[in-house]
Design a protein around this ligand. Structure first.
Ligand SMILES: [Zn+2]
Ligand SMILES: [Zn+2]
Length: 393
């Protein structure tokens, strides 16, 4: 496979006359260099909404998916959350977008077909797919159930799949995925409000566990009360933590305390409040992706406390070292979670009635939803009602 990719890659670069259209059809182009046509490799007709260029505007799109393989699960998409990453990818803000780009990695649906070797799922099961649909299964991370850190991981959309095609996400009528990357949605979780757990949920759950922040009585700060932050509050509270929300304004204070159950609320621009909370937190989950100062947050940590960064600012942040040294504090990061842990997170969420707070929207509202998301105008996650509102392109 590696050699084939290299060869087709080389022949692509010689195909000079089609420069503008080359990127969007890269996956298909690769398949054409193999003996089979795209239709033979991907015979199942599918449709969804895709972005075609850096405007990021989504519109109806026809494509195809592979036949359900021996280890594959095919499912009808019921709901798909709108993650902030979708917004960045649609507009190529991270520089890696391949158009047409069909986003969506908070996907929940119902199994319609399983391959002959599938053991975990049967037709009719409620399932989900998050950010990852493939990995190497051989590296240290894969062997330790950390597929999310596999150097060869395949993202659910805008990634090159094992067969050389570009992956397409959940803003579509159905999905086909290897069963290893399919999650079971536990009974009792509403399917629409569970969808965002597949990215937002695991993104906050995993670092709480990995950093030893799950003991009852642990003092946790959550910076930023958005898609990630609001589920971080819920998970930390369910684990028995004392949770403080840290926000730039008091606008969400009442909601954070009375509705989400946070124990305290600090306005980061209020020096008195920040000073009063210095040295009180075991860990801080920082979900902010805008450039912001780390020193005040490090100051909130106890000795040996941990600041976990989950947002990706577009410029490097300033890292003050002396408070790290004199307090043996840790600044770290975390990226989603492995499949085993994602299932554990879903089971924990079902047990503790944790879901995301959502606004369900129709497929044809998606561009407006993206505009509102860019302005932070959603509490707290948009979820597309795919099954009822996606019309065949
Ligand atoms: Zn996401
Ligand atoms: Zn691997």
């Amino acid at each position: 496979m590696t050699d084939e990719r290299k060869m087709t890659g080389e022949s692509e670069s010689g195909d000079g006359g089609r420069r503008d259209s080359r990127e969007p059809i890269r996956g298909v182009h690769r398949i054409r260099k193999m003996s089979k046509s795209a239709e033979e490799v991907h015979p199942k007709k599918a449709f969804g909404w895709a972005a075609r260029d850096t405007s990021g505007v989504l519109s109806p799109f026809k494509f195809s998916r592979r036949e359900t393989g021996e280890e594959d699960v095919a499912f009808k998409v019921l709901y798909c959350g709108i993650c902030h990453s979708d917004l960045h990818a649609n507009k190529n803000e991270w520089g890696s977008s391949m158009y047409p780009l069909l986003p969506g990695h908070e996907i929940v649906g119902e199994v319609t077909e399983v391959g002959s070797n599938v053991t975990k799922f049967k037709v009719g099961d409620k399932v989900g797919v998050g950010c990852v649909v493939g990995s190497c299964h051989a590296c240290d991370n894969c062997r330790n159930d950390l597929e999310n850190y596999c150097p060869k991981l395949i993202f659910t959309y805008n990634s090159i799949d094992h067969d050389g095609t570009v992956t397409y996400g959940g803003y579509s009528n159905f999905m086909v995925a290897n069963e290893h990357f399919v999650l079971r949605i536990p009974e009792g979780l509403p399917l629409d409000a569970a969808a965002p757990l597949l990215c937002a949920g695991i993104t906050v759950f995993s670092p709480l566990k990995f950093n030893g922040l799950t003991e009852p009585g642990t003092s946790i700060g959550v910076v930023g009360l958005g898609g990630l932050g609001h589920v971080a509050v819920k998970f930390a509270k369910a684990m028995g933590a004392k949770v403080t929300v840290i926000s730039t304004s008091s606008a969400k204070e009442k909601e954070a305390i009375e509705y989400l159950g946070a124990d305290a609320f600090i306005v980061s621009k209020n020096p008195q409040q920040m000073r009063a909370a210095m040295g009180t937190m075991d860990g801080i989950i920082d979900t902010v992706s805008a450039v912001h100062a780390l020193l005040p947050l490090i100051g909130l940590l106890k000795f040996h406390g941990k600041l976990v960064m989950l947002g990706i600012p577009d410029k490097p942040l300033e890292l003050p070292v002396s408070p790290l040294i004199f307090g043996r504090k840790i600044v770290t990061g975390s990226c989603i979670g492995g499949l085993k842990e994602t299932q554990e997170m879903l089971d924990f969420a079902a047990k503790h009635n944790i879901t995301a707070d959502i606004e369900v929207v129709s497929m044809d509202y998606v561009n407006t939803a993206m505009e509102r998301l860019a302005k932070g105008d959603v509490r707290y996650r948009f979820v597309i009602d795919v099954a009822n509102t996606l019309k065949e392109a």
